[in-house]
Design a protein around this ligand. Structure first.
Ligand code: UD1
Ligand code: CA
Length: 455
């Protein structure tokens, strides 16, 4: 049995009031449409996405699907017709709304399986909503058999009392869908070709249309504006965070913890509120994330502590502590047992195991060995206004407070730099480099000092 899925994502999404195409607005770090595509893959490895408005943006961002183009948005029925070439030989066509990110793939698979088992010609995914305003309503006869769907705008006052709504997702016998799409008219409040009218036509001709009910009505929602976007985000966040808690991660306040769908977190890690974990971040086990960090596409080992810091494409080894107020920029690789303290910025640099950079320091384009101590206020001076250069500090070195290391410079193993030095030449191993003016004390100077007389 051949199943093809058609996802409708060509609409303008006017109510979003955005220059970004609606399907690309993100829910927990992934575009809405990507969630739908993932759910569709439960029944079809290569779904068809109907694109139109903002299609260049959408096609550049969504992969592993076939695209059909709907030049003009003449309604959901018209949109499905645009995918005709892909669904011609399908036994079953599953249609999904491109703006409903919370519908799980299992629900789609269950709907198809059960409808086939009941020998139906189509089935609609539905939900019972307390406030069904705006949704199409499922009309049934006295025995609960589907008669048709009426759009909110076209519904009578009595029909608007119906709480059973159409999610727009459903499955259809392929040959019947194509036959009835050709019979649609745009005789309705919006002057569009409604996919939903196919159902009434099928029932009229004696075909059997069943329903599948979403047990959790909130999952059926479509995102049409930013309020619904925030509702979808909250629901998805809740779903993802529950999963991590059940996997053994402590979230002190899950409502205030943002974990991207693509992140991975180890057991016994404790995450305090107001952490934002983005992209494909991997966090080990037994870590503590105190409040207020943003961690993007980074890899954090086991037993790491992070406090109020920003980590962007950075790697941090086991048992290291980061922050408060550290900034680890792309290309940062910190070893294990290190300390990256307050107001320390690291960029495109490697920091070896056991090395400590505790306070007020910039490390840019540098390779630091193991067990180095970098004092307070050190600057790796990496830029001459035109070019950037790398510096190297070998194992066991001690970089005194307020040292400037003017790249390219090489500090040998176990060497020291005196506090306040501006190091412009290599420092041999085990030696001390002092690069500052010697102190001069002018004794009795205060008594001889005459302020200029006022004129
Ligand atoms: C639609 C359904 C409604 C259902 C609701 C569920 C119809 C006529 N109405 O209404 O019964 O309760 O979804 O959320 O089907 N689209 C296209 N091309 C078009 C028009 C729309 O691709 O010409 C796409 C949109 O991008 C969107 C989806 O279809 O992803 C739904 O369109 P939208 O305008 O949001 O329909 P609703 O008014 O929400
Ligand atoms: Ca919608």
């Amino acid at each position: 049995m051949k199943i093809r899925t058609v996802i409708l994502a060509a609409g303008e999404g006017k109510r979003m009031k955005s220059s970004l195409a609606k399907p690309l607005h993100c829910v927990c770090g992934r575009p809405i449409l990507e969630w739908v595509v993932e759910a569709a893959r439960a029944v079809d490895p290569r779904p068809v996405v109907v694109v139109g408005h903002g299609r260049e943006q959408v096609m550049a961002r969504i992969h592993g699907v076939d695209f059909a183009v709907q030049e003009e948005q003449k309604g959901t029925g018209h949109a499905v017709m645009m995918a005709r070439e892909f669904i011609q030989d399908a036994d079953i066509v599953v249609v999904m709304a491109g703006d409903a990110p919370l519908i799980p793939g299992e629900m789609i698979a269950g709907m198809v399986e059960e409808s086939c088992a009941r020998g139906e010609d189509a089935a609609l995914l539905t939900a019972r909503m307390e406030d069904p305003t705006g949704y199409g309503r499922i009309l049934t006869d006295g025995e609960g058999r589907v008669q048709g769907i009426v759009e909110h705008r076209d519904a009578t006052e009595e029909q608007r009392q119906v709480k059973l709504i159409n999610t727009l997702s459903g499955c259809y016998r392929g040959d019947l869908l194509l036959r009835y799409l050709d019979q649609l008219t745009c005789d309705n409040a919006q002057g569009e070709y409604y996919l939903t009218d196919v159902v009434g036509l099928m029932v009229r001709d004696g075909y059997k249309v069943g329903i599948a009910l979403c047990p959790n009505a909130a999952e059926a929602m479509g995102v049409n504006d930013r309020v619904q976007l925030a509702q979808a985000e909250a629901a998805m966040r809740d779903r993802l965070n529950r999963r991590w808690m059940l996997e053994g991660v402590t979230l002190v306040d899950p409502a205030r913890t943002l974990i991207s769908a693509d992140a991975v977190i180890g057991q016994d890690t404790v995450i305090y509120p107001d952490n934002v974990i983005e992209g494909k971040t991997v966090i080990g086990s037994g870590c503590i994330l105190y409040p207020g960090s943003r961690i993007t596409d980074s890899r954090i080992g086991n037993g790491v502590t992070v406090q109020a810091s920003v980590l962007d494409h950075a790697q941090v080894g086991e048992g290291t502590t980061v922050g408060p107020f550290a900034y680890l920029r792309p290309g940062t690789q910190v070893g294990s047992g290190c300390r990256i303290g307050d107001f320390v910025e690291v960029k495109n640099s490697v920091i070896g195991d056991g090395t400590k950079v505790s306070h007020l320091t910039y490390v840019g384009d540098a390779d630091l060995g193991q067990n180095i101590n970098v004092g307070c206020g050190v600057v790796f001076v990496n830029y001459d206004g035109t070019y950037k250069y790398r510096s190297v500090v070998e194992d066991g070195a001690f970089i005194g407070c307020n040292t400037n290391l003017v790249a390219p410079v090489h500090v040998g193993q176990g060497a020291y730099t005196a506090a306040g030095s501006t190091i412009t030449q290599d420092v041999p191993p085990q030696s001390l480099a002092i690069a500052r003016a010697r102190q001069v004390n002018k004794e009795g100077w205060k008594g001889k000092y005459k302020p200029h007389a006022k004129k």
